[in-house]
Write a protein of this length. Sequence first.
Length: 94
Amino acid sequence: MASPPLAIGHCRKKPWEVQHEDTLELWKFGDRKHYTSLELLTHVLGIPSPKGDIKGSDVARVYYEDKDLDRIAEYCKKDVVATVQVYLRLRGLP
């Protein structure tokens, strides 16, 4: 049996008690009003873009009209992989 994810241990903690890094905060580079999109970051850093045939604004339509959960799951998976790649690149890690 696999171990439960570490995030489960955080369920009764206050947000300021959980040590994590918010990638949105990293990507703002100190700017309080704007942020850099994942698509732009991947482009600038030479990482393959996670964007395929749908964008975040299409997810509701794909769910409610097309009922295509596999397509949404693939969209989310690509974003997660790209987020990890960007995070590692920004931290200078392989």
